[in-house]
Design a protein around this ligand. Structure first.
Ligand SMILES: Cc1cc2nc3c(=O)[nH]c(=O)nc-3n(C[C@H](O)[C@H](O)[C@H](O)COP(=O)(O)OP(=O)(O)OC[C@H]3O[C@@H](n4cnc5c(N)ncnc54)[C@H](O)[C@@H]3O)c2cc1C
Length: 462
């Protein structure tokens, strides 16, 4: 029989958005909670994010007269994934995203607001991006950890989960954690939540499950090695959609800053080093990474103008691009040639063709419908970009209560998962990701998992 140094009702692994929210949910449901994080301070992929969460039917949408609902979000998820996602998880996220965001805002004090500058795009049929104005993912994770302290949740930093102890099939007894000096400790638990993120930093797993992304630059947190996924799978848990991930086409090169999607949605476009367009820039936010990686040198230029920059300058990322000098301005053909190193006549012709399509209200050569928008106007603003893999979306198979499942569909009694550690709702590959669904699923499943873990611990699972 395993000797545990101590036992806690609810144990949460991982201090990113999913783990912090799971711990808050379990604590507010009355459970004593310990959160374990391998790093010395809170960060995770969450800290690298823009801090935007998609959620449907929120109080803030209603206040602004935006009609949205769980059913509409569910339909958007199913459409974006071409029906190739788990309908149970999709239903759970669609049903709970709005109530979760409202709970975080109202009861926990996280200052979410609807991002009215982010239009409904890339598969979202409604405006449903919520963020903390002028703050990104770093501030999100800091504030969530402040809320953990306020609610009396203990957090153990510098402790890495290295094993899960299960002496009866389907039941978790506790875990083994390793400290930076190599010392190992055993901790017992009533219920365990795996919120240890995905596996985008695990090159072997990326090469195995998504070989087409193996050469992409990884722009997520280095701690996302898939520990929770492979430890859970080692206990017999099912995994699914392991080829699912969010790539991103606009990582400023070499600045490493994300050019926010709004730059394209508001009228920007992408050209290669020759000045040619190669993709419909408003069709697929994540899948667009592959057309960029296939261009000469694996890079492209985001082309926009002062008006587009002004409309997106409320985002932290555009301000960082400005501050670091990543945005280059070409007032004439000679300057354009000097910046891109390509033939400026080609880019000028590309611009003229897009202008003509926009004026005629017909889709352009890449199938882009400009609607009431128009392509950039001189002087041109440009950022050089490359593609990257940001985070994975496949993982442990869960049910609608975030309970981890075996391959036969039966569930563990007291093991839950969410965020990057669990199967998300982005389909099986790179083309099913809806903007802000990374945090949408991490936060929503975090709350579901935390509440369910508190209930399982209280019930004293057999
Ligand atoms: C540049 C960038 C921008 C993004 N912007 C957005 C956005 O605006 N909106 C959005 O919805 N999504 C965005 N995403 C995706 C989003 O950040 C992730 O989907 C989300 O943060 C996942 O949360 P998580 O809690 O599951 O994982 P994480 O935030 O990565 O947290 C997991 C934690 O677990 C810890 N951990 C891992 N293994 C162990 C172990 N063995 N023992 C102990 N601890 C462990 C890690 O150190 C980490 O702190 C972005 C991603 C990137 C890279």
């Amino acid at each position: 029989m395993t000797h545990f140094e101590f036992t806690i009702p609810v144990l949460v692994i991982g201090g990113g958005a999913c783990g912090a929210v799971a711990a808050l949910a379990a604590r507010t449901a009355g459970a004593d909670v310990l959160l374990i994080e391998q790093d010395a301070r809170p960060a995770g992929t969450t800290a690298m994010s823009q801090g935007l969460m998609c959620a449907a039917g929120t109080a803030q949408q209603a206040a602004l007269g935006i009609e949205d609902s769980a059913d509409i979000l569910y339909a958007d998820i199913i459409a974006k994934t071409q029906g190739q996602t788990d309908p149970v998880i999709a239903r759970a996220i669609a049903d709970h995203s709005g109530p979760t965001l409202d709970w975080l805002t109202r009861d926990i004090g996280y200052p979410f607001e609807l991002d009215t500058g982010f239009r409904a795009a890339y598969g979202h049929s409604r405006q449903r991006m919520h963020g903390w104005p002028a703050h990104g993912g770093h501030d999100m994770v800091q504030l969530l950890h402040q809320k953990l302290a306020d609610h009396g949740v203990d957090v153990l930093f510098g402790a890495r989960l290295v094993d899960i102890i299960s002496t009866r099939a389907g039941h978790i007894d506790g875990v083994v954690v390793e400290r930076p000096d190599g010392v190992r400790e055993t901790i017992g638990c009533g219920a365990l939540v795996l919120a240890s993120g995905g596996f985008a930093a695990n090159h072997a797993m990326v090469s195995q499950h998504m070989p087409e992304a193996a050469t992409a630059k990884h722009n997520g947190h280095e701690g996302n090695r898939g520990d929770g996924i492979w430890l859970g799978a080692g206990l017999g848990a099912a995994v699914a959609d392991m080829g699912s991930y969010q790539g991103y086409a606009m990582l400023a090169d070499p600045h490493g800053i994300t050019v926010p999607p709004g730059v394209l949605v508001e009228g920007g476009f992408l050209v290669n080093n020759r000045g040619e367009r190669f993709v419909n820039e408003i069709a697929d936010i994540a899948g667009m990474v592959h057309p960029v990686m296939m261009q000469p040198g694996g890079t492209a230029w985001v082309v926009f103008d002062a008006a587009i920059e002004a409309r997106t300058a409320y985002t932290l990322e555009v301000r960082q691009l400005q501050d670091t000098g990543a945005i280059r301005v070409a007032a004439n053909m000679a300057a354009l040639a000097a910046i891109t190193g390509g033939d400026p006549l080609t880019l000028a012709a590309t611009l003229a063709a897009a202008d003509a399509a926009a004026a005629s209200r017909a889709p352009d050569t890449e199938g882009r419908d400009w609607g009431d928008d128009h392509p950039p106007r001189w002087p041109l603003h440009l950022v050089k970009v490359c593609g990257g893999i940001y985070h994975t979306q496949g993982g442990l198979q869960i049910d609608g209560n975030a309970r981890v499942l075996f391959g036969d569909g039966s569930g563990f009694a007291n093991l839950f998962a969410g965020g990057g550690a669990a199967r998300g709702v982005s389909g099986p590959s790179y083309w099913g990701y809806l903007p802000a669904m990374g945090l949408g699923s991490a936060i929503t499943l975090g709350r579901i998992a935390g509440a369910a873990a508190a209930a399982a611990a209280a019930a004293g699972t057999p």
